[in-house]
Design a binder for this molecule. Structure first.
Ligand code: BGC
Length: 719
């Protein structure tokens, strides 16, 4: 129900004021900003007048309580109707206290910790004046060449959906009018941005509607079911039409079918990009298509400002379309309490207290511990305090461990690996060995010197943060050549080598796996990264992280993901021919490390998989149970996973689909039974005509420590 206030504002607003309300500009446009009011370069080309700025509805990238208050104050003086601005920014995995990147958080399988990280991010952002975060990013990802995989929680629709919900809860809380420590969330990028062809950013996406619904939509829907206030359009095409001008996607699917009634914002410049996409002749046509699709806010281009008035006046656009967009934006302002309290959480004093609070750093450390994945360990880990350690590599003493989206994070305040290890080790020799992409003989010699003095070598390798993230795509996803050389040179010393990786994507580890004794995937672990890793490397904490995205053997397998389909000629079938099966002649079909994989310092034994019944009717549930025993000597937390395969559907069905998981703490020697409940609803899928239902027939259930090493049992669904 639109309130009287909003109805009255709408009546008073001129068409120009309404259109400006639909425009989002960056901080430098605003006089109240410290660098404000002086527009140069490409921003000047937007041709935005001062009058438009005074009437805009939202700001991109403003933060800092003092600055935001000043922008808002100046704006309220100049805006005829006193409509406050919405301050939006990308608070993706922390504001100043930086948590691990989302792909790492995905590997924690810990939705409670994820929720807490978003709550802390919201608290720090809100006190700095931010009202809306452009997060969570929930695009399903299967291609590690795409630089933005680090922004996603991974390749599984169910796991992504669980995280999508957790992030939204953490950002928004229960009542944003009263809880000013929260921010509104904006789920992105709708839709299927993660499926860019060839893993090249912004590239064409072309997939069946079934695939879209089955794999890509669930996480966006989950965020919206949780009450996410906003949606951002994707840069890519869906069914041949750029998402930002795609009426079917935005009106029919998002608004009508999913029932989303909040604010839809374009991605940066995406309205105007309909011209190079080749679906709009000019800005005017681009503006019309975006409005018709229901895009309420145009981010950082000015097609609305320059053309919507004309479109309305010539009768090509109904003014009701403009009104509905304005109403949605004003409603969000109302929900955030901005009419009563335009400065909302922005508070210079509290900002000092809250930002980088010790509790926040503690939470960031805990999540970094849970997000790192032990990929290989031939027994050299955990390190012993009495061992002399050579810490070598470009990430030995680097603060570039926050990831490409840590906009406000400070590399200077990040705990480097060296700082962390120093706390634990009795003797540590450090050498850079090489830069990330270049090196020298001198650096290499320094590394050899350090290595010679040590009992064990910790090699901190990886990608610098610009090598992933937006427009950070790579065709070769190995470590840069110079780092591989560093590793093989160090190997000649004959000492045990532990590789710790800092990177934003699953890598091709050719030249690494065989050369070392242990591999820790640290991702970009955030502000407390070095401290968390030191605890893990010395066994003061145990590894529990499991991959939420497969690691390929080589880039030639990509995309390689666990929930793929069989073929008519699967590899390894009992009657398979030698040649005419679906396989490569030179590389395996399977990934190097599958979805769900990760080691720890203890071992777990799975036994006794049981299903409560061999049959199930739609109104019954099944209980699937499995015993898990900690057979090692250290306490740990095992992520027990349950998958299902529909053996014969109307359309092909994935070989495995994650249906549930549990994080199970186990002391050495402890054995516990984990029970999962399976309902008929979890067996539904999209049929030929896209109806969503289950079929009678046989299903296989799997349980295990990852998607590969599972036990199985079968049951029949009766209808
Ligand atoms: C990115 C979005 C981001 C926006 C605003 C775009 O380039 O694709 O993810 O939210 O910029 O910073």
């Amino acid at each position: 129900m639109t309130t009287n206030r909003i109805q009255s504002l709408l009546q008073q607003m001129t068409l120009e004021e309404k259109i400006a309300q639909l425009t989002q500009l960056a901080t430098p446009f605003y006089k109240g900003a410290s660098d404000g009011g002086q527009i140069t370069g490409p921003m000047a080309e937007l041709g935005i007048t001062e009058e438009v700025v005074q009437n805009t509805g939202s700001v991109l990238g403003a933060s800092g309580a003092k600055e935001v208050r000043s922008i808002q104050e100046t704006h309220l003086k100049e805006n005829r109707l006193g409509i406050p601005l919405l301050m939006m920014a990308d608070i993706v995995h922390g504001f100043k206290t930086i948590f691990p990147v989302p792909l790492a958080i995905g590997c924690s399988w810990d939705t409670e910790e994820a929720e807490r990280s978003a709550e802390i991010a919201a608290k720090e952002a809100s006190v700095s004046g931010v009202h809306v975060t452009f997060a969570p990013m929930v695009d399903l990802v299967r291609d590690p060449r795409w630089g933005r995989v680090m922004e996603s929680t991974g390749e599984d629709p169910y796991l992504n959906s669980e995280f999508a919900r957790a992030f939204v809860r953490g950002f928004q809380g229960n009542n944003m009018t009263e809880e000013t420590d929260r921010v509104a969330a904006c789920v992105k990028h709708f839709a299927a941005y993660g499926a860019a062809e060839g893993g090249r950013d912004y590239n064409t996406v072309d997939m069946s509607e079934r695939q879209l619904r089955e794999s890509y939509l669930p996480a966006y829907k989950a965020a919206l079911d949780e009450g996410c206030e906003m949606v951002m359009t994707a840069f890519n095409t869906v069914e041949g039409v750029p998402a930002t001008g795609n009426r079917w996607l935005m009106r029919d699917l998002l608004r009508e079918e999913i029932g989303f009634n909040g604010v839809l914002i374009s991605d940066w410049g995406a309205v105007k990009e309909m011209i190079p996409h080749g679906v709009a002749e000019d800005e005017k046509e681009a503006a019309r298509k975006a409005i018709e699709a229901g895009v309420d806010i145009e981010m950082m281009t000015s097609t609305y400002v320059h053309h919507v008035k004309e479109l309305v006046e010539e009768g090509s656009l109904e003014v009701s379309l403009i009104d509905e967009a304005v109403i949605r934006i004003l409603e969000l302002k109302e929900k955030l309490g901005l009419f009563e309290n335009p400065h909302r959480g922005a508070d210079v004093e509290r900002e000092q207290e809250l930002i980088m609070h010790a509790d926040h750093r503690k939470a960031a450390k805990e999540l970094a511990v849970k997000s790192s994945v032990l990929l290989k360990n031939s027994g050299i880990l955990p390190l012993k305090t009495e061992q002399k350690v050579a810490l070598i590599g470009p990430f030995a003493q680097s603060g570039d461990i926050l990831g490409p989206w840590s906009w406000q994070g400070s590399k200077e305040e990040a705990v480097q690996l060296y700082d962390g290890l120093l706390e634990k080790s009795s003797g540590i020799f450090v050498a850079k060995g090489s830069d990330i992409e270049t090196g020298s003989e001198e650096m290499l010699n320094g590394a050899l010197d350090a290595g010679e003095k040590a009992d064990v070598i910790v090699l901190a390798l990886g990608e610098h943060s610009d090598m992933s993230g937006e427009a950070g795509c790579r065709g070769d996803i190995r470590l840069p050549e110079v780092q591989l050389e560093l590793l093989s040179t160090i190997k000649q010393l004959g000492k045990p080598i532990v590789v710790v990786l800092f990177n934003g994507r699953p890598l091709d580890l050719t030249g690494v796996v065989q050369e070392c004794d242990a591999i820790v995937e640290a991702w970009y672990p955030g502000t407390e990264g070095g401290a968390a890793l030191a605890d893990l490397l010395y066994g003061d904490a145990n590894f529990s992280g499991k991959l939420s995205m497969s690691f390929p053997h080589t880039v030639g397998q990509v995309p390689v993901y666990y929930n793929n389909y069989n073929t008519g000629r699967p590899q390894g079938a009992p009657d398979a021919q030698v040649r005419y099966v679906s396989q490569y002649l030179d590389i395996p079909n399977e990934p190097l490390y599958p979805f769900g994989y990760g080691l720890s310092y203890t071992t777990y034994e799975y036994s006794g998989l049981q299903i409560s019944s061999e049959t199930m009717t739609p109104d019954e549930t099944l209980t699937i149970s499995v015993d898990v025993k900690n057979t090692g000597s250290m306490a740990g937390e095992e992520i027990v996973q349950m998958y299902v395969r529909d053996m014969a559907g109307e359309v092909i069905r994935p070989l495995k689909e994650l249906k549930d998981f549990e994080k199970l703490p186990l002391q050495p020697g402890d054995k516990k039974t984990v029970s999962f409940t399976l309902t008929e609803e979890q067996l539904r899928y999209h049929h030929i005509n896209l109806t969503y239902k289950s079929d009678a027939g046989t299903f296989t259930v799997y349980a295990g420590p990852n998607s590969r090493d599972v036990q199985s049992a079968t049951f029949t669904l009766l209808k």
